[in-house]
Design a protein around this ligand. Structure first.
Ligand SMILES: Cc1cn([C@H]2C[C@H](O)[C@@H](COP(=O)(O)OP(=O)(O)OP(=O)(O)O)O2)c(=O)[nH]c1=O
Length: 187
């Protein structure tokens, strides 16, 4: 058995290392991440994790782990911003209120898929123009769902969360360990 991390996210590799899991291979999935019309954030996030784990090629005896992180403001889905203007748009909508960060994890062995999604409520403070523009200039928003990363400088914008910190960063480690154990990848 070999463990394949089906993710190009350096955060996911680091979070796995945090629980002592080092994958034998890393294979980023290539899927269409466009939400379907009217699709709600949690089903969308779970569908993404499932499509990723189905897209990653592996030998039949291998175990594949994939995840998706989606920022949700009510029914609205915020993915990874295409540019600084879109990151600004996301942050202006998120500031001064609570939103949810959903991470769905999917683990596949030859004949089975195990899945779990974790929702974390996150409060972002109101940002001054100086804070917003400084953050946009940092480029730290690039490749991050919702246009921010709690583990970087934007941590200063987040006074409160309820749920899983590692889930917000991209891989909820407690739930992931349970899935890997169920699949027989760890003891
Ligand atoms: C909200 C938030 C997201 N993120 C990141 C985690 C994910 O890498 C990214 C969401 O995009 P995803 O589509 O979940 O993942 P990805 O494209 O980076 O990697 P892959 O599909 O290959 O697994 O946002 C943070 O790092 N910190 C945060 O606080």
């Amino acid at each position: 058995m070999r463990l394949v991390l089906g993710s190009g996210s350096p955060r996911r590799l680091e979070l796995l290392a945090q629980i002592g899991v080092v994958p034998d291979a890393v294979r980023p999935p290539d899927i269409d991440e466009t939400p379907s019309p009217g699709e709600l954030p949690r089903p969308y996030c779970e569908r993404m994790a499932l499509e990723k784990v189905e897209a990653v090629k592996a030998d039949p005896e291998d175990i594949v782990l994939c995840a998706d992180t989606t920022v949700a403001l009510g029914r609205r889905i915020f993915g990874k911003p295409a540019d600084a203007a879109e990151a600004a748009e996301f942050l202006i909508r998120l500031m001064g209120r609570r939103h949810n960060v959903i991470t769905a994890v999917a683990v596949r062995s030859s004949d089975r898929i195990w899945q779990k999604s974790v929702v974390t409520a996150v409060k972002m403070k109101r940002l001054s123009d100086i804070e917003l523009n400084g953050y946009l200039d940092s480029d730290d928003w690039q490749g991050k769902a919702g246009g921010y990363a709690i583990q970087g400088p934007a941590g200063a914008f987040i006074p409160w969360i309820s749920g899983s910190f590692t889930g917000v960063v991209g891989l909820p480690v407690a739930e992931t360990a349970n899935l890997l154990r169920a699949a027989g990848a760890i003891r």
